[in-house]
Ligand binder design. Structure first.
Ligand code: ZN
Length: 65
């Protein structure tokens, strides 16, 4: 089973890459909504948590505490 646990500052891959061609997003806000920022162009997107969980493919980098 895929690991879908995610935390603030993790870098994740989404099912669809950003139109800029990058598919690395950093989680910059956690709550009822999740804000992620594209590591390629710094564009940020706010998604409801449930939608984020559905669209997220995998965690690329866990944030070290
Ligand atoms: Zn981008």
């Amino acid at each position: 089973m895929e690991n879908k646990e995610f935390n603030l500052h993790d870098v994740v891959e989404m099912k669809k890459s950003h139109p800029c061609g990058t598919n690395r997003w950093k989680i910059i806000r956690m709550g009822m909504d999740i804000r992620i920022k594209c590591e390629g162009c710094e564009h940020s997107v706010l998604l409801p948590r449930r939608e984020f969980a559905r669209k997220m493919k995998k965690v690329l980098e866990k944030h070290e505490e």
